[in-house]
Design a protein around this ligand. Structure first.
Ligand code: SF4
Length: 418
């Protein structure tokens, strides 16, 4: 297909596709799907080889959020029966982080529910970041605490944070349909604050909330303009008790097209498959590794992922390698700008593009996050036990059987899944 040859050439040059080209990827047929994956896979391998970066979520504070993000199980008025707890202490968070690192993660993502941190919260998280870094200086730490006020990104950076996550989530045009308690512009502002403080920005999206192809292309082009180093792609987990509980629109093929489009538009960024991987990609997860170079290990914020060992086996079986602590994730032109910055922010030195656009928080999505226990398991069969008769060729329709609320790890007395 001429389109795919063009997209590969552009991806290798870091050149943006046109909107029409991005839309054509989303509109491609099932018959062409493997060709689309192969083409986007060439771009992925050019910038990231066969490496897969593992990230580990630590939910520092769960539930009880005053904001109303419709997709989020931690939102105001959520009836989802998730774990609810206030701030983990630094030693508890450090123990959770250590479990993820022992499982193969090189980045720990410290997430807290809420609109944004108070200065006291930034102190707390700074203590936790220092404790994690004291334990293992090679671990990357990303904070995801919601909307930042002036000076907070700088304080997190001083405490040792490497990155800050805040997702755009969806297009500017539809943002007001998803959340009313803050704006798309608020999210953009926080991503820009992270950039300006010299933190590596992480910002992504949630697919499956009823958006159009145009909305998906809009948000991914806005992300390209914001120029985050990492782009998490969440696939909505329609959690019972949230307003989007009935929004089961995604198929594995649709998820692969969304990841391919994201790779073509953000060719040299760390594209991370985030929440919803197990629920929506299902047996197609290994194919998605040809598009994304990063995944979360184990569980999500409020829902369970497949067993950590199943993640590792899948990566090995698919012919990929877990990225080691000493390997640099990003291509040289991106990695070398850290500590530096962008041309538009005087605090930072290096050379990312313009950051005029928009912003948003990431795994903060409270879970676009995925559920389900093992390779085919419920929460009591983390090792992959089969807990119900196998559904007969159930290609479409709500897969509520794959969603399990997290009941282990941070905030519980049970061992984490890592
Ligand atoms: S996404 Fe974040 S801000 Fe929105 S409801 Fe969930 S925890 Fe609160």
């Amino acid at each position: 297909m001429d389109l795919l040859n063009t997209l590969v050439d552009k991806g290798l040059r870091r050149e943006s596709p046109t909107r029409e080209e991005a839309l054509a990827v989303l509109a491609s047929s099932d018959e062409d799907l493997l060709d689309v994956v192969a083409a986007a896979g060439k771009v992925r391998r050019h910038w990231f080889g066969r490496r897969v970066k593992l990230n580990y979520l630590v939910n520092l504070k769960s539930g009880l959020c005053p904001e109303d993000c419709s997709y989020c199980s931690q939102r105001l008025g959520s009836r989802a029966e998730i774990l609810k707890y206030t701030w983990l202490k630094p030693d508890q968070a450090t123990a959770a982080a250590a479990a993820g690192v022992a499982g193969g993660a090189k980045r720990v993502c410290l997430v807290a529910s809420g609109r944004g941190p108070t200065d006291r919260d930034v102190d707390r998280v700074s203590d936790t970041i220092r404790a994690i870094k004291d334990q293992d200086g090679s671990v990357e730490v990303c904070a995801c605490l919601g909307l930042l006020s002036d000076g907070q990104a700088e304080r997190l950076r001083e405490a040792g944070a490497d990155a800050y996550n805040h997702n755009l989530n969806t297009s500017e045009a539809t943002y007001g349909d998803i959340t009313t308690t803050h704006t798309y512009a608020d999210r953009v502002d926080t991503v820009n604050k992270a950039h300006a403080a010299g933190l590596s920005a992480c910002s992504g999206l949630i697919a499956g909330m009823g958006e159009s192809d145009e909305d998906l292309v809009d948000v991914v082009f806005s992300l390209r303009e914001l120029d985050p180093d990492s782009v998490p792609v969440n696939f909505l987990i329609p959690m019972e008790g949230t307003p989007l509980a009935g929004e089961w629109h995604l198929t594995p093929q649709r998820c692969l097209r969304i990841l391919a489009m994201t790779r073509f538009v953000c060719p040299d960024a760390e594209v991370r498959i985030a929440g919803g991987r197990e629920v929506h990609l299902r047996t197609m997860q290994p194919l998605a590794l040809h598009l994304a170079n990063s995944v979360f290990l184990g569980d999500y914020l409020t829902s369970e992922g497949q067993a950590g060992h199943a993640d590792l086996e899948m990566i090995a079986d698919a012919g990929f390698e877990v990225e080691g602590a000493s390997e640099v994730t990003l291509p040289e032109h991106r990695a070398s700008r850290r500590g530096g910055g962008c041309g538009t922010h005087e605090d930072c030195g290096g050379g990312c593009g313009t950051h005029e656009g928009s912003g948003g928080c990431g795994a903060q999505a409270g879970d676009g996050g995925a559920g389900h226990g093992g390779t085919g398991g419920c929460s009591s069969h983390a090792g992959g036990g089969v807990c119900a008769p196998a559904p007969a060729a159930r290609a479409e329709g709500p897969r509520t059987d794959l969603v399990a609320v997290r009941r282990r790890g941070a905030g519980t007395d049970l061992a984490p899944n890592a």
